[in-house]
Design a protein around this ligand. Structure first.
Ligand code: TYM
Length: 334
């Protein structure tokens, strides 16, 4: 809670290019929450450096991501959209929470194990304590909910454990957050290996739809999507490829699984894949148009960056000061 209103926090890494999973699992769902919650959406550039980044590229991608948040429909007057590195309280609280997180629990994190296996030459301490920075992000804003895709659930559970541990020692300092995960779209699968989630780090470019892919590319990628060898458009756990496409089509068109199965009864995969591609291209087109417009308006984006960093710092510092006082850091002399 902040100012008597429920609050929320979420963020995305500024690495790679946003894909359809990021959009359907998270960004698209954020828009509908803006009236009910005091909302904070961060471009988590500090998280990005746990894997080596090319500096100019990181800066460019961070700005593109912030612009995409707005292009997707987040109103920066209602939602606080900012860069993590502009609000030092993230790093400060993260250090404190490191002292309340256990090696054992951090070593159980799936994302850590996954990234460590992919970056064997750079298993740095930041990669290991990444979830603690994430806990700091969320707890700084006394967040009631954290709208994310399914893969972040484990990190939010850890955040809850850290918050409860801290509260049990010092009293009610942190709101204990709940994950906010939608039933459909929470786990969009790779188009090439539908038993794996769609991921920014996938080297096969046909496996993911990127938010800025043009319509032809989107349709071509769906045409090439891997499906099973029977030809029935039916949602089932033994048909992961076609089930993934049915879910994507459902979100893009607002149709239920049953409606989609009926619409394509007796029709072939080829026809269905084109329909999915066209519906996704149509869904993303307005976001893309707005992105290219906004990108040109440098002064506007700069003003969002500046104003929102100040707003985020104000709320983050309130929580940070409370924490510092509780744990016994000396009072500031004014
Ligand atoms: P990131 O940048 O990997 O992903 C951003 C968001 O997209 C969701 N997502 C998916 N949803 C459905 N299907 C998929 N295939 C898919 N892939 C990704 C993610 O669940 C996420 O919601 N650690 C976070 C960033 C972060 C954060 C935070 C999130 C840092 N601090 C605090 C929430 C709160 C991450 O790496 O997300």
């Amino acid at each position: 809670m902040l100012n008597g209103k429920k609050s929320l926090f979420s963020g995305m890494q500024a690495t790679g290019t946003l894909h359809l999973g990021n959009y359907l699992g998270a960004l698209k769902n954020w828009i509908e929450l803006e009236d009910e919650y005091e909302s904070f959406y961060c471009v988590v550039d500090m998280h990005s450096i746990t894997v080596r980044q090319e500096p100019a590229e990181l800066r460019r991608k961070a700005r593109a991501l912030l612009t995409l948040y707005i292009a997707a429909g987040l109103n920066p007057e209602k939602n606080c959209i900012y860069y993590q590195s502009h609000v030092p309280a993230h790093a400060e609280l993260s250090w404190i929470l490191n002292c309340y997180a256990y090696m054992g629990e951090l070593s159980r994190m799936t994302q850590y194990k996954d990234k460590a296996s992919k970056n064997e030459n750079n298993i740095n301490a930041g990669l290991f304590t990444y979830p603690v920075l994430m806990a700091a992000d969320i707890l700084l804003f006394q967040s009631d909910i954290v709208p994310v895709g399914d893969d972040q659930k484990q990190h939010i559970e850890l955040t809850r454990d850290i918050a409860q541990r801290f509260n049990s020692i010092y009293g009610d300092v942190f709101t204990v957050p709940e994950p906010y995960i939608k039933k459909t779209g929470a786990r969009i699968m790779s188009l090439q290996e539908p038993t794996k989630k769609m991921s920014k780090s996938d080297e096969n470019l046909n496996a993911s739809i990127f938010l800025l892919d043009d319509s032809d590319t989107i349709i071509r990628k769906f045409k090439r999507a891997v499906t099973d060898s029977d030809n029935e458009i039916r949602h089932s756990s033994d048909k992961p490829g076609i089930s993934n496409l049915i879910e994507i089509y459902g979100i893009a068109t607002g149709k239920s699984i049953a409606e989609t199965e009926k619409e394509f009864e007796g029709k072939g995969y080829g026809e269905f894949k084109i329909a999915v591609g066209e519906s996704v291209a149509a869904m993303l087109k307005p976001v893309q148009d707005r992105f290219y417009e906004l990108e040109k308006d440098k002064a506007y984006i700069d003003s969002v960056i500046k104003n929102n960093a100040e707003k985020a710092s104000y709320y983050a510092n309130k929580t940070l000061r409370k924490v510092q006082k509780k744990i016994g850091f000396p009072e500031r002399i004014r």
